[in-house]
Design a protein around this ligand. Structure first.
Ligand SMILES: N[C@@H](CCC(=O)N[C@@H](CS)C(=O)NCC(=O)O)C(=O)O
Length: 65
């Protein structure tokens, strides 16, 4: 089974809202990982050290931040 794309997001972030909308309209299946900006998960920082959302990690491992 193929690993899903992973979207790191923050609910009230306007950039993340646009990303969620774009993926939704495009029908791109993904796993949504809501983060707390005050306590960013290590896997988000490992993927994107600048520590902002949204960050999309594709199933192929490409990081779009
Ligand atoms: N569009 C820019 C900015 C994204 C951005 O600034 N997101 C805010 C939330 S709306 C953020 O993650 N801030 C980090 C923080 O508050 O620690 C990017 O994706 O690099």
């Amino acid at each position: 089974m193929m690993t899903a794309h992973i979207l790191y997001s923050f609910r009230r972030c306007p950039f993340a809202m646009r990303e969620r909308l774009a993926l939704g309209i495009g029908g791109v299946r993904h796993e949504l990982r809501e983060v707390r900006l005050s306590n960013k998960p290590a896997e988000l920082l490992a993927a994107s050290p600048k520590g902002t959302v949204p960050v999309l990690v594709t199933a192929e491992g490409v990081v779009l931040d």
